[in-house]
Ligand binder design. Structure first.
Ligand code: PBG
Length: 331
């Protein structure tokens, strides 16, 4: 009798065998590219912090959305870069604000593409926090009112899904009531349910303002609403709350250092689960690749496969095009 009797390597011998027994598959329809809209026309302003990405004027952004649709992408997450930031984030509420215009343009160009709108004030306020700030505190209930107005503006513009990212208490329930009351019972909510007070969002904040530290992140304040890094049980409580309040999709953010949370969330709730591969994660991979230390395509595709293995149904990403290019099932 030959030894060993079990030879797991048998099924790894060729690419075809490996594909046949692969447990999880990553498909373009699971990728949710994040896109940034800016004022102007024919603008493509590369984002140094996120290689391969650009801030796009609404016309360009609609074309990009159409191209992504053709690649098999089925949803995009839209952010807006306002003309002017102010304490109340007023452009986020405006019907002719940058985010509302981008939503409408994408829905006009590619009606079937699911438009997810980031529902938050952070891009629209000078301090970069997710709500109203008074005397060094992020106000909870007052900010909820603004978030509801922002969500209604987004729904009216045609958003299929709103994605509240502020980590305010009660935000999902408040948004659900506001949307239902406004005649948008079918508008979905993707809740940034377990969002950690991570340093990995810094490149996102610094985009377009190299060397300008004026908008640096105030971690003291951030930690008063985003989650404490070492807490996992609390993430499950946050997710449970959001599901009870009416979230359709729950999210864990960031991704790669938090895959234990992704796994636990999927095991416990089985609800549609998104992972956000945030700017810092992308920046790390891109920087290491630039130094010739890792292979970029492999690193990006491996990191996404790991998110899926951990239990993610969808991945918010800045690297959709690159991953689709190296598409997962080939090797
Ligand atoms: C909030 C929001 C942030 C990111 C996405 N939505 C910033 C924050 O929450 O502090 C960061 C995403 C990234 O780093 O890629 N509007």
């Amino acid at each position: 009798m030959s030894y060993p009797t079990e030879r797991p390597r048998r099924l790894r011998r060729t690419a075809a065998l490996r594909q046949l027994v692969r447990e999880r598959r990553l498909a373009p329809a699971q990728l949710v590219p994040a896109l940034f809209a800016v004022h102007g026309t024919h603008v493509r302003r590369p984002i140094d912090e996120l290689p391969g990405n650009a801030q796009l004027s609404v016309d360009e952004l609609a074309e990009e959305a159409a191209a992504l649709w053709d690649l098999g992408v089925r949803a995009v997450l839209l952010f807006g870069v306002p003309k002017k930031k102010d304490e109340t984030g007023s452009e986020a509420l405006a019907e002719d604000g940058i985010q509302a215009r981008a939503i409408a343009a994408v829905k006009r160009r590619v009606p079937e593409l699911i438009v997810v709108a980031d529902t938050c004030m952070s891009m629209f306020t000078p301090h970069g926090h997710s709500g109203l700030v008074r005397e060094g505190r992020l106000l909870n209930d007052e900010s909820l009112e603004s978030l509801c107005q922002i969500a209604l503006t987004q729904a009216r513009a045609g958003a299929d899904m709103v994605a509240p990212s502020a980590m305010l208490d009660g935000q999902i329930g408040a948004l659900r009531r506001a949307l239902d009351g406004g005649g948008f019972a079918d508008t979905c909510i993707m809740a940034y349910a377990a969002k950690y007070a991570s340093c990995l969002y810094d490149p996102f904040f610094r985009q377009g303002q190299k060397g300008d530290t004026g908008n640096d992140v105030d971690y003291e304040l951030k930690q008063t609403h985003q989650m404490d890094i070492p807490n996992g049980d609390e993430a499950l409580r946050e997710i449970a709350l959001d599901l009870r309040e009416g979230a359709d999709v729950v999210m864990v953010k960031p991704g790669l250092w938090y895959l234990d949370v992704v796994w636990r969330a999927k095991e416990k709730f089985g609800a549609p689960l998104a992972v956000y591969n945030v700017s810092g994660e992308c920046a790390m991979l891109a920087a290491a690749a630039k130094e010739g230390m890792i292979d970029f395509d492999r690193a990006v595709s491996e990191s996404m496969q790991c998110c899926v293995r951990a239990g993610a149904d969808m991945i918010v990403t800045y690297f959709a095009r690159q991953v689709i290019d190296v598409m997962m099932d080939r090797a």
